[in-house]
Ligand binder design. Structure first.
Ligand code: NI
Length: 191
Protein backbone atom coordinates (compact mmCIF):
# COMPACT_ATOMS: atom_id res chain seq x y z
CA UNK A 1 0.00 0.00 0.00
CA UNK A 2 1.24 3.45 -0.78
CA UNK A 3 -1.13 5.59 1.26
CA UNK A 4 -1.26 3.40 4.37
CA UNK A 5 -4.95 2.66 3.98
CA UNK A 6 -6.03 -0.95 3.82
CA UNK A 7 -9.15 -1.52 1.74
CA UNK A 8 -11.82 -3.71 3.26
CA UNK A 9 -12.87 -6.80 1.41
CA UNK A 10 -16.38 -6.61 0.08
CA UNK A 11 -18.62 -6.86 3.12
CA UNK A 12 -21.30 -9.16 1.68
CA UNK A 13 -18.63 -11.70 0.76
CA UNK A 14 -17.22 -11.41 4.23
CA UNK A 15 -20.58 -11.98 5.88
CA UNK A 16 -21.73 -14.86 3.71
CA UNK A 17 -23.78 -13.40 0.86
CA UNK A 18 -22.65 -13.36 -2.73
CA UNK A 19 -22.39 -10.09 -4.60
CA UNK A 20 -25.48 -9.76 -6.88
CA UNK A 21 -23.27 -9.40 -9.98
CA UNK A 22 -21.28 -12.60 -9.32
CA UNK A 23 -22.05 -16.11 -10.53
CA UNK A 24 -22.00 -18.58 -7.63
CA UNK A 25 -21.04 -22.23 -7.26
CA UNK A 26 -23.77 -24.47 -8.63
CA UNK A 27 -24.13 -22.38 -11.78
CA UNK A 28 -23.05 -24.32 -14.92
CA UNK A 29 -21.17 -21.23 -16.12
CA UNK A 30 -18.52 -22.00 -13.49
CA UNK A 31 -18.18 -25.61 -14.62
CA UNK A 32 -17.99 -25.13 -18.39
CA UNK A 33 -14.80 -24.54 -20.37
CA UNK A 34 -14.65 -20.86 -21.32
CA UNK A 35 -14.61 -20.04 -25.03
CA UNK A 36 -11.27 -18.76 -26.37
CA UNK A 37 -11.31 -15.22 -27.73
CA UNK A 38 -10.66 -15.58 -31.51
CA UNK A 39 -9.02 -12.16 -31.80
CA UNK A 40 -8.86 -9.53 -29.03
CA UNK A 41 -11.21 -6.66 -29.92
CA UNK A 42 -12.83 -3.61 -28.39
CA UNK A 43 -15.31 -6.03 -26.84
CA UNK A 44 -12.41 -7.80 -25.10
CA UNK A 45 -11.16 -4.46 -23.78
CA UNK A 46 -14.62 -3.69 -22.40
CA UNK A 47 -14.70 -7.08 -20.72
CA UNK A 48 -11.29 -6.45 -19.12
CA UNK A 49 -12.55 -3.05 -17.90
CA UNK A 50 -15.66 -4.65 -16.40
CA UNK A 51 -13.59 -7.35 -14.68
CA UNK A 52 -11.14 -4.78 -13.35
CA UNK A 53 -13.84 -2.58 -11.87
CA UNK A 54 -15.47 -5.65 -10.31
CA UNK A 55 -12.34 -6.83 -8.45
CA UNK A 56 -11.60 -3.29 -7.32
CA UNK A 57 -15.14 -2.89 -6.05
CA UNK A 58 -15.02 -6.24 -4.24
CA UNK A 59 -11.44 -5.95 -2.98
CA UNK A 60 -10.44 -9.15 -4.77
CA UNK A 61 -7.12 -10.30 -6.21
CA UNK A 62 -8.47 -11.81 -9.40
CA UNK A 63 -11.62 -12.63 -11.31
CA UNK A 64 -12.52 -14.65 -14.39
CA UNK A 65 -15.12 -13.67 -16.99
CA UNK A 66 -17.50 -16.60 -16.23
CA UNK A 67 -17.82 -15.17 -12.71
CA UNK A 68 -19.57 -12.11 -14.16
CA UNK A 69 -21.63 -14.23 -16.52
CA UNK A 70 -19.43 -14.06 -19.63
CA UNK A 71 -18.25 -17.51 -20.84
CA UNK A 72 -15.05 -16.21 -22.46
CA UNK A 73 -11.43 -17.08 -21.72
CA UNK A 74 -10.50 -13.80 -20.06
CA UNK A 75 -9.37 -13.08 -16.50
CA UNK A 76 -7.74 -10.23 -14.63
CA UNK A 77 -5.40 -10.33 -11.65
CA UNK A 78 -4.44 -7.43 -9.42
CA UNK A 79 -3.23 -8.22 -5.93
CA UNK A 80 -3.86 -5.64 -3.23
CA UNK A 81 -3.61 -6.08 0.50
CA UNK A 82 -6.93 -6.08 2.30
CA UNK A 83 -8.01 -6.48 5.91
CA UNK A 84 -8.62 -10.15 5.14
CA UNK A 85 -5.23 -10.71 3.49
CA UNK A 86 -2.93 -8.09 5.05
CA UNK A 87 0.37 -9.77 4.17
CA UNK A 88 0.03 -10.75 0.52
CA UNK A 89 2.51 -9.17 -1.92
CA UNK A 90 0.86 -6.64 -4.22
CA UNK A 91 1.10 -6.84 -8.01
CA UNK A 92 -0.06 -4.57 -10.85
CA UNK A 93 -3.10 -5.16 -13.06
CA UNK A 94 -2.66 -8.07 -15.43
CA UNK A 95 -5.17 -9.06 -18.14
CA UNK A 96 -5.03 -12.70 -19.24
CA UNK A 97 -6.68 -13.56 -22.57
CA UNK A 98 -6.79 -17.25 -23.56
CA UNK A 99 -4.29 -18.15 -20.81
CA UNK A 100 -2.84 -21.66 -20.62
CA UNK A 101 -0.38 -23.02 -18.06
CA UNK A 102 2.44 -24.53 -20.13
CA UNK A 103 5.05 -25.29 -17.44
CA UNK A 104 5.13 -25.54 -13.66
CA UNK A 105 7.54 -26.30 -10.87
CA UNK A 106 7.57 -29.56 -9.01
CA UNK A 107 7.83 -27.56 -5.83
CA UNK A 108 4.40 -26.79 -4.41
CA UNK A 109 3.25 -24.27 -1.83
CA UNK A 110 0.16 -24.47 0.36
CA UNK A 111 -1.88 -21.44 1.35
CA UNK A 112 -5.41 -20.20 1.99
CA UNK A 113 -7.73 -19.41 -0.93
CA UNK A 114 -11.16 -17.94 -1.23
CA UNK A 115 -13.43 -17.14 -4.17
CA UNK A 116 -16.22 -14.62 -4.66
CA UNK A 117 -18.23 -17.40 -6.32
CA UNK A 118 -18.07 -19.44 -3.08
CA UNK A 119 -19.12 -16.90 -0.47
CA UNK A 120 -18.02 -16.97 3.15
CA UNK A 121 -15.44 -19.78 2.91
CA UNK A 122 -11.69 -20.21 2.62
CA UNK A 123 -9.63 -23.39 2.47
CA UNK A 124 -6.11 -24.68 2.01
CA UNK A 125 -4.86 -25.42 -1.51
CA UNK A 126 -1.46 -26.72 -2.64
CA UNK A 127 -0.24 -25.44 -5.99
CA UNK A 128 3.01 -25.30 -7.99
CA UNK A 129 5.26 -22.54 -6.63
CA UNK A 130 5.80 -21.05 -10.11
CA UNK A 131 4.10 -21.42 -13.49
CA UNK A 132 4.69 -20.32 -17.05
CA UNK A 133 1.56 -19.11 -18.81
CA UNK A 134 0.97 -18.55 -22.51
CA UNK A 135 -1.65 -15.96 -23.33
CA UNK A 136 -2.30 -13.30 -25.98
CA UNK A 137 -1.75 -9.56 -25.84
CA UNK A 138 -4.26 -6.91 -26.90
CA UNK A 139 -2.75 -7.05 -30.42
CA UNK A 140 -3.34 -10.81 -30.57
CA UNK A 141 0.38 -11.63 -30.33
CA UNK A 142 1.35 -14.58 -28.10
CA UNK A 143 2.96 -13.76 -24.74
CA UNK A 144 4.75 -16.11 -22.38
CA UNK A 145 4.91 -15.00 -18.73
CA UNK A 146 6.30 -16.69 -15.64
CA UNK A 147 4.72 -16.09 -12.24
CA UNK A 148 5.84 -17.13 -8.79
CA UNK A 149 4.75 -16.94 -5.20
CA UNK A 150 1.33 -15.54 -4.30
CA UNK A 151 0.82 -14.13 -7.81
CA UNK A 152 1.37 -17.62 -9.28
CA UNK A 153 -1.37 -18.88 -6.94
CA UNK A 154 -3.87 -16.24 -8.02
CA UNK A 155 -3.08 -16.74 -11.72
CA UNK A 156 -3.59 -20.51 -11.38
CA UNK A 157 -6.86 -19.99 -9.49
CA UNK A 158 -8.19 -17.75 -12.30
CA UNK A 159 -7.03 -20.06 -15.11
CA UNK A 160 -8.76 -22.92 -13.28
CA UNK A 161 -12.01 -20.88 -13.46
CA UNK A 162 -11.65 -20.77 -17.27
CA UNK A 163 -11.38 -24.58 -17.25
CA UNK A 164 -14.44 -25.11 -15.05
CA UNK A 165 -12.37 -25.86 -11.95
CA UNK A 166 -12.93 -24.30 -8.52
CA UNK A 167 -10.48 -24.15 -5.62
CA UNK A 168 -12.71 -26.43 -3.55
CA UNK A 169 -11.92 -29.19 -6.08
CA UNK A 170 -8.27 -28.91 -5.04
CA UNK A 171 -8.44 -28.56 -1.26
CA UNK A 172 -5.66 -30.37 0.59
CA UNK A 173 -8.59 -31.63 2.67
CA UNK A 174 -12.22 -30.59 3.00
CA UNK A 175 -11.42 -30.41 6.72
CA UNK A 176 -9.53 -27.16 6.01
CA UNK A 177 -12.73 -25.37 4.92
CA UNK A 178 -13.21 -22.45 7.27
CA UNK A 179 -15.70 -19.62 7.47
CA UNK A 180 -14.26 -16.16 7.03
CA UNK A 181 -15.27 -15.37 10.58
CA UNK A 182 -13.13 -18.21 11.94
CA UNK A 183 -10.33 -17.33 9.52
CA UNK A 184 -10.33 -13.73 10.76
CA UNK A 185 -10.14 -14.94 14.35
CA UNK A 186 -7.18 -17.09 13.42
CA UNK A 187 -5.39 -14.11 11.87
CA UNK A 188 -6.19 -12.06 14.95
CA UNK A 189 -4.76 -14.74 17.21
CA UNK A 190 -1.75 -15.22 14.91
CA UNK A 191 -2.19 -18.97 14.54
NI1 NI B 1 -12.36 -17.64 -7.75
Amino acid sequence: MTDGRVPRSQSQWATGGADPGITTIGDDLLRNIATPVPRPSLETEHLVTALTSTIRRLGGAGIAAPQIGVPQSVAVVEVRRTDMFPDRPESPLLALVNPRVTAWTEEELEDWEGCFSIPNLVGRVRRPAAVTVEHVGSDGAPISSTFEGYLARVVQHEIDHLNGVLYVDKLTSTRTLTTLEHYRRRIASGS
